[in-house]
Write a protein that binds this ligand. Structure first.
Ligand code: CTP
Length: 409
């Protein structure tokens, strides 16, 4: 099989961690798949692997200096390198290099080239460091920034580390990195090109008083994965999200809301210019009738009774207004799951409903994986095995694209 890497120029940034000793093997695998490889090294990386080794296996002199003494007038080399890249890989990415990439430092050839990359060049970051450094909130915050920029972060393996300790931090094997790189370069058909896709995600928060609210465990991961994937598949995407700990995905419009009523307002105003609505949000069914203007004090009463009133069913309301739009809902069920989901599919006038069980390991809220079935109005059911929410997003969207074709959008 022809590799996606064949004929591509890959820039490989190597920073100074012990895992750098594995990078000659990575270069060898990329070359074997037909890529041409240009290596950039930071000075500390040279403590772990030599430029001679990486220069030899890549068949290209390694670049380290922004101002090389022997190449007068050629200090713009990083710009030219960045412009011909099909993919920029940073492996291993140390905590220090991650911080520099996240905050836009340009103090060496690797970080400077990163800043010169055209926006369409994908970036694969492979962090490797001791567990304590990896789990440190500063490192995690930097990774979140890079993820938010649309870069792919290949998580480190869990296992013995150079420090003698054990935990997450080991660089994955070169074969895994090369395989991920090939996956990124695989060109996906833009099946949603020209389509306007509206996606809701996350929980809603229903205020009780200025400091308290009612909500649920939805993490927003499924809705965000759908939004990112729809954008990658060519759609013009608007994501309406309740409060979640996820940063705005690159390349799409994000509207942040808090309550069900705010979510309803945002979705209703976007709906007329939408071709496909996917309602992945976990909307609170009830809100507090009268929100206290100041903090409720416990001495004011014995037990506290809150009167809850029903929130509007946003999806059912949009189902009634449906014209050319394709509508897809989610159903989270614990009992009589197919029966309940089928009822929701009909009552809300949907074209499909994605059904997942709340009480199955590897499914539902807060997990990275999900196990779903998709139900259609004609009674057909498509079942999927347990998979990562981001892979499932691609499968769901490909089903949606077929439904839209069928609906002649
Ligand atoms: N939904 C909505 N507005 C609500 C409640 C739910 O738009 N007030 C949407 C959800 O986003 C989801 C679908 O309706 O796409 C089904 O949500 P779910 O919580 O499974 O069902 P409910 O209709 O709320 O019914 P129940 O809570 O009784 O299971």
């Amino acid at each position: 099989m022809k590799s996606e890497l064949n004929g591509k120029t890959i820039l490989l940034g190597v920073s100074g961690g012990i895992a750098a000793y594995k990078t000659p093997e990575l270069v060898r695998l990329l070359k074997k798949a037909g890529a041409s490889v240009q290596v950039f090294m930071t000075e500390p990386a040279k403590q772990f692997v030599t430029p001679v080794t990486l220069g030899t296996v890549s068949e290209n002199p390694v670049l380290s200096d922004v101002f090389p003494g022997n190449r007068e007038g050629s200090w713009t080399v990083h710009i030219h390198q960045a412009r011909r890249a099909a993919l920029f890989i940073v492996a291993p990415a140390t905590a220090n290099t991650l911080a520099k990439l996240a905050h836009g430092h340009a103090d060496n050839m690797l970080t400077t080239t990163y800043l010169a990359l055209p926006p369409e060049v994908p970036v694969l970051i492979v962090p490797a460091m001791d567990t304590d450094m990896f789990v440190h909130p500063a490192t995690q915050a930097n990774l979140e920034i890079l993820r938010g920029r649309g870069h792919v972060i290949l998580p480190p393996d869990d296992g013995p580390l150079a420090s003698g300790l054990s935990g997450p931090g080991r660089m994955p094997e070169p074969a895994k990195i090369a395989e991920t790189a090939a996956g990124i370069l695989k060109s996906e058909p833009k099946i949603l090109a020209g389509k306007r896709v509206l996606i809701s995600a996350g929980p809603t928060r229903e205020p009780i008083d200025p400091v308290r609210f009612i909500s649920n465990y939805s993490s927003g991961k499924m809705g965000f994965a759908l939004a990112e994937t729809a954008a990658r598949l060519g759609a013009e995407v608007t994501l309406v999200s309740g409060p979640v700990h996820l940063s705005d995905p690159a390349g799409l419009r994000v509207i942040r809301v808090e309550s069900a009523l705010e979510m309803q307002k945002a979705l209703e105003s976007e709906f007329p210019r939408t071709d496909l609505l996917i309602m992945a949000a976990a909307v609170a069914d009830y809100r507090v009738e009268t929100v206290a203007g100041s903090k409720i004090k416990k001495e004011d009463s014995g037990n506290l009774e809150l009167k809850l009133v029903k929130n509007p069913d946003i999806l059912a309301g949009l189902g009634k207004k449906k014209k050319h739009q394709t509508l897809v809902g989610f159903a989270l069920e614990t009992d009589r799951i197919v029966e309940n989901a089928t009822r929701k599919l009909k009552e809300k006038n949907l074209d499909a409903i994605v059904l997942n069980r709340a009480n199955e390991p590897g499914a539902g809220f807060e997990t990275d994986t999900n196990i779903v079935k998709i139900l259609f109005p004609d009674g057909t059911v498509t079942e999927f095995s347990k998979m990562l929410k981001k892979d499932l997003a691609g499968q769901i969207l490909s089903v949606c694209s077929r439904v839209m074709e069928h609906n002649h959008v």
